[in-house]
Design a binder for this molecule. Structure first.
Ligand SMILES: Nc1ncnc2c1ncn2[C@@H]1O[C@H](COP(=O)(O)OP(=O)(O)OP(=O)(O)O)[C@@H](O)[C@H]1O
Length: 276
């Protein structure tokens, strides 16, 4: 994703951040900056702390040690509503137990911008229609959200987050249930919004090729620590992939997509260990 240098400035700054779940460490000594105007991919093995990091960036969790700054103000000092006008999170699991319509769920994204008893205006409804069209859920607008497929629900979750008009969007495996067409459509949509300015994306991804294609920067977590962070071309190396996932890889420029293409295989020792 081509990044515009002039628009970049630290959006989040983490200083010596640890996090533990009831005494069980999940993240250790994170010191990093996430720049505005970029798409940053957070990658790492299962359990390496990716979702925990997103929840910390969203202000849903508080560091056990260290500090997180958002727009040069301590994240803990932001008022919830004020933060919700700037920041939206698409969680890994979209849990809505009630039979709200898709339109009603997406409209929840408007709440931080509405007065206490205000109803959405005609312009707000147009905005909801636009984000539903962009995420491919407009045709589902009157359907109960609990009766949608997993991939459809995931697109509704993204639509609700975009309806929030965030400057920063945190995505936790938001394409995990999407087919290839909807995956590419969503990532292109977000890339275009980042390129147009005014949106920063931090996305947890497992697919290294999607990360190579749509991210500007990557941050690899391993065992709750930040192993490396930087521009995709510097970070996506066989050495780093081996250190993080323990697998062998070959990386080349792909003539079809013009992005880096990663081919993976189990390292001989892991292949022997996996043999019956
Ligand atoms: N609510 C919780 N209570 C206790 N431990 C938790 C909780 N949530 C996560 N953990 C633990 O914290 C560590 C980091 O979990 P996290 O969900 O952040 O990993 P992840 O990198 O997002 O994993 P995945 O790729 O599997 O989604 C793991 O060891 C996990 O078991």
């Amino acid at each position: 994703m081509a990044a515009c240098k002039e628009r970049q400035s630290p959006l989040w700054r983490l200083e010596g951040v640890d996090f533990a779940y009831r005494g069980k460490p999940a993240l250790h000594d994170l010191n990093c900056v996430l720049q505005s105007g970029l798409c940053t991919g957070i990658l790492g093995p299962n359990g390496s702390g990716k979702s925990t990091l997103l929840d910390l960036l969203a202000g849903l969790l508080t560091p056990t040690r260290g500090r997180i700054w958002f727009r040069e103000q301590l994240l803990a000092k932001w008022r919830r509503r004020q933060l919700a006008r700037q920041l939206a999170l698409v969680p890994q699991h979209f849990g809505l137990g009630f039979d709200f319509s898709v339109r009603a769920v997406v409209a929840m994204g408007l709440h931080p911008h509405l007065g206490r008893f205000a109803l959405p205006t005609g312009a707000d409804q147009d905005w909801l229609d636009l984000v539903m069209a962009q995420t491919g859920v407009l045709a589902l607008a009157e359907r109960p959200v609990t009766r949608l497929s997993g991939g459809e629900q995931q697109r509704v979750a993204v639509a609700r987050a975009l309806a929030q008009k965030p400057e920063a969007l945190l995505l936790d495996e938001a394409t995990a249930s999407l087919d290839v067409g909807h995956t590419l459509a969503l990532l292109h949509l977000l890339r275009d919004k980042v390129r147009a300015g005014g949106l920063t994306v931090v996305a947890v991804l497992h697919d290294l090729n999607l990360a190579a294609r749509f991210c500007d920067e990557l941050l690899f977590l391993h065992g709750g620590r930040c192993l490396v962070q930087g521009p995709v071309a510097d970070i996506l190396t066989p050495e780093n992939i081996r250190a993080v996932y323990g697998v062998d890889s070959a990386i080349r420029a792909d003539a079809f997509t013009h992005a880096l293409q990663v081919s993976l295989r189990l390292a001989p020792r892991e292949r022997a260990a996996a043999a019956p």
